[in-house]
Structure formats: C-alpha cells, structure tokens
Design a protein around this ligand. Sequence first.
Ligand code: BGC
Length: 383
Amino acid sequence: MKRKVLSAILAVAMVATMMVGCGAKEETAAPAETKTEAPADKATEEAAKTTEAGGKVGVAMPTQSSERWINDGANMKAQLEALGYEVDLQYAEDDVQMQVSQIENMIAAGAQCLVIASIDSSALVNVEAQAKAAGIPIIAYDRLLMDTDAVSYYASFDNEGVGTAIGEYVKTAKDLEAARAAGESYTIEFFMGSPDDNNAVLLHRGVMGVLQEYLDDGTLVCKTGRTSFEDTCILRWSQETAQQWCENYLTGFYADEDLDIACTAFDGFAYGVKAALQGAGYTAENWPLVTGQDAELMACKNILDGTQTMSIYKDTRLLAEKCVTMVEAVMKGTEPEINDTETYNNNTIVVPSYLCTPVAVDKANLEELIIGGNYYTKEQLGL
Ligand code: BGC
C-alpha cells in the first residue's frame, strides 16, 4: 500500500520536474500516459512545492568497483531528486579515510540528512557524532553503522536470510540428505565477506545454520579446514584475494581431487573463483557449484553460461525506495515503514530497520525474476 503511494508521489514529482526542465534525467522519464494534460503553470507549482519541501541529502557509497553499489547510488539519487531533494552522491573507492572526509564535507556543505553505506562500519563513529551534534540525522544504507547512537534507521536485506538462502541452495542442489543416507560426500570451500561489514558476519551465520551439520558428519568435506568466519572472511570483499585463495587451494589441497562446491558470499568472489577454476583446467564436466550474491549483470550472464550456479537477487530499486521513506521520515517527521525493531543491535542501540527479502536466482528462475522483474533486459543479458 505504502509502496503505491510512494510510486504515485514519484510519478507526480517526475512529471513536474520534467515539465519545468529543472534537471530530471532522461532515464527517469515518467510513463507516457502520465505526461498528459497538466498545464505548465500547474506543473511549475508542483515542482516548486517539491523543491520547497526538499533539502540537501548526502549519500555516501563505498565503491564503484562492484556494479551493485553503482546501481544503489543511481537509484537513491534518482528517487530523492524526483521528490525535490538536492543530492550529493559520493563514492569512496573502499578508502575508509576518503569516506570520512566525504562525510565531513557533506556536513560542512549543509546536508540536512546523511545516507551512509559504510566501508568499515565502525570507523565512522567520530564523524557520525559530528553529524549528530549538528542535528543531522543519519540513515544506514544496507550495511549497519556500528558503535554509534547517531543512526536513526537502517534499510537493508535480511542478511542472515541471505546466508540461509545460499546454504539451502547448496543443500537442495547437492541433495545433501540423500548423500548423507548413501554415505557419500562433497568437497566444499568457503569465501566469506569483509570482517568490518556486519552483513558478512550474519551471512556466514546463515550459511552455517544450514551446512554445519553436514560438515560435522562428513557429508561435506572442507579440505583446508577453513570454515569459521575468522578463517574465511576476505577484507574489503576483494575479488583478487578470493581468486588467489582459490588458486592456492586448487593447486594444493585439491591437486588430486576436484572441488565440488565453492560457497562464496559475493558475485565478485565468484568471478575470482571462476578465473581460478579456468586456470586450473576445470571444464563443464567437473565445474563445481559456485554461489554468489547480488545478481550483478556479469553474474547473471555467468549463470546462463554455467560458470556460476546461483546468486542472491537483491532488488536495489526496492532498497532505495525503502531508504527514501526513511529520509522523508527524518526530514518531515513522517513514519517510515519498519519491519524489524529487534535484530540490528549496533553495540550501542537497536536500530529500527526495514529488511527486504533476498531471493535465490539460478538458471531455472533467472528469466522470470530478472527479466520479468525488469532488472536487466534480454539484450543486456545477450539473449
Ligand atoms: C552487501 C552485499 C555485497 C557486499 C560486497 C555487502 O555489505 O550486503 O550485497 O555483495 O557488501 O559489496
């Protein structure tokens, strides 16, 4: 219901900004039928209203090195601008100090609200306190901001649910119950997310919630012995590190036996694993089950050609929409939609959250989910 209302507001705002030509981007054009008869002066009035109602919002994103964050930033900017806000969107290219400086600059430039997807979620405590002292509310975007009471709301996906979905996928695809009953086993290695990202810890917990029992009884065999979060986390979600680890595993522990499952937490890791597998001579005949996260365009193409088995579809348009309702709430005193008030304790407060639902995507449902959901077109996917 609330989504419909927001969409209607967005449509009106888009028409208004388009008709007075004040900077709406071409790709945010409203559907043709909504362009109809609004007289120019009415549109100007509407635009003036939305601009008056707006303000400056600083959006701090972690990196442009992975596609998902580029989409997140673009969606946030488009949706906020459509509501009349002025947006300062900055990427810090995984440089923690650069992100701190960017946020300081946003505060100095008069931002009235900050939306932050952190690089290191505990490294922003001072600049967050600075924002709080200046009366600037903060929304945590996708990654929880830790150790601070300066954050008002958190918009994300169910992060443990992402891990559970990956674990369940492995369990079903390899029919671990049948393997257990038959006394068979599969080899598996883990490539988990960054230790400074709370999401990564939760994802690992979700994966192990499903797979631990099969590791315990030998249905899954991890030859490196690296199953704990501490042993499998990869700083800053580095694709290169994942590739290097996988190369080392394949030439060492797996020199005489195939790796059956590469359980990775991120599409970028799956790309690194793919390169390592190709380098080690794996072919379609012995290619392992490879998991990922984000349903990036490249990952979807790899799923179609069989070099990645699955990913987790996280609709960044929906996440941006939820985050925008939080910006509206802190700017205008409205009520955002919240569906979790218990889970996200950042060591200082429990942050009221909206968690979107992650969905596993593989070859079987890719067309329906991704093309049907208008996430990528057939042309983008090369179909
Ligand atoms: C996000 C994931 C993403 C990862 C690497 C995490 O915080 O939740 O969607 O794959 O960062 O960018």
